[in-house]
Design a binder for this molecule. Structure first.
Ligand SMILES: C[S@@+](CC[C@H](N)C(=O)[O-])C[C@H]1O[C@@H](n2cnc3c(N)ncnc32)[C@H](O)[C@@H]1O
Length: 267
């Protein structure tokens, strides 16, 4: 039996694949966190791994990232106390979209870049249905899990290269990582329970923000502990470049210019 203090540690953070994610260092980071904290801020939250640790430690947790696909993880796992995706929700997400012609961005832009046509169509159809979920946290879970499914399917888990389809037809690579040839729908269904099972209530009003940190900081106070994990100087970590596809899918931009071989938007 777990003590109340440890109860939240029974919930497991679903393994991310994100440049600079700290999920493997959480035990070490935890050693340096003082206990007399009420409110903690994860200022550059990325995969939300550190925010999730703060939530487990019973802190009122504020989380922030300027990329919306990361904010959706924050809504789904940090702010959300109890909402999960049900079988009915999944049926709704798969149903043929009523407004199909408004949802062809993935098909038109990324077919034969990252996906075969059928997969791109599945993503568009799924995306068209997300707003039909009647709850922000359900929608956030849908974004989070489908985006994670895309990083599972694409070689190296980011979108800054043009080798996705080349590698997906290389038998040696497929042997090492079968996700390269699995349908996204299958990956989605496999990882969904891990996300549902990570939803818990730490009895605090946690918040996920989607702001440039320089705009957010002047608007919040009473933070006892702030964790800053910005992109490293001199590294080539361009988060907008590496994860452009997830942001494009989440925002469903139709007014952007998509440039170069990876069809990145102009940041
Ligand atoms: C090193 S990663 C953080 C990794 C995170 N600690 C984790 O465990 O996944 C840096 C993050 O900062 C975000 N970021 C970069 N500039 C930002 C800014 N000006 N305001 C808010 N977030 C920013 C990026 O989108 C990226 O997710």
């Amino acid at each position: 039996m777990l003590f109340k203090e440890d109860k939240n540690f029974g919930f497991q953070f679903p393994e991310p694949q994100y440049l600079g994610a700290k999920h493997t260092h959480l035990a070490w980071i935890k050693k340096f966190i003082p206990r007399n904290v009420t409110t903690a801020l994860d200022a550059f939250s990325g995969s939300q791994s550190v925010a999730f640790l703060f939530k487990q430690m019973w802190f009122t947790t504020f989380s922030n990232d300027f990329l919306n696909f990361n904010n959706q993880i924050g809504l789904a796992l940090i702010e959300n106390k109890e909402v999960k995706l049900t079988k009915e929700d999944i049926k709704l997400l798969y149903q043929p979209a009523a407004n199909k012609t408004d949802f062809e961005l993935m098909e038109n832009t990324f077919t034969n870049v990252f996906f075969e046509k059928k997969e791109a169509e599945f993503l568009d159809n799924f995306r068209a249905n997300i707003p039909l979920l009647d709850n922000t946290f359900k929608q956030a879970l849908a974004y989070t899990i489908i985006n994670r499914s895309m990083t599972r399917k694409i070689t190296m888990g980011h979108f800054g290269h043009t080798q996705a389809l080349v590698y997906a037809s290389d038998p040696e690579r497929i042997k090492r990582n079968r996700s390269l040839i699995r349908p996204i729908k299958e990956i989605f269904e496999e990882i969904l329970p891990k996300y549902n099972n990570a939803v818990f209530d730490n009895e605090k009003e946690n918040r996920s923000f989607n702001k440039n940190i320089l705009d957010l900081l002047p608007t919040i106070d009473n933070i006892d502990l702030a964790y800053f994990d910005p992109p490293y100087c001199d590294s080539h970590a361009d988060y907008q470049g590496f994860y452009h596809l997830l942001e494009t899918y989440t925002e469903y931009w139709k007014d952007k210019e998509f440039i170069n071989g990876i069809k990145r938007y102009e940041p």
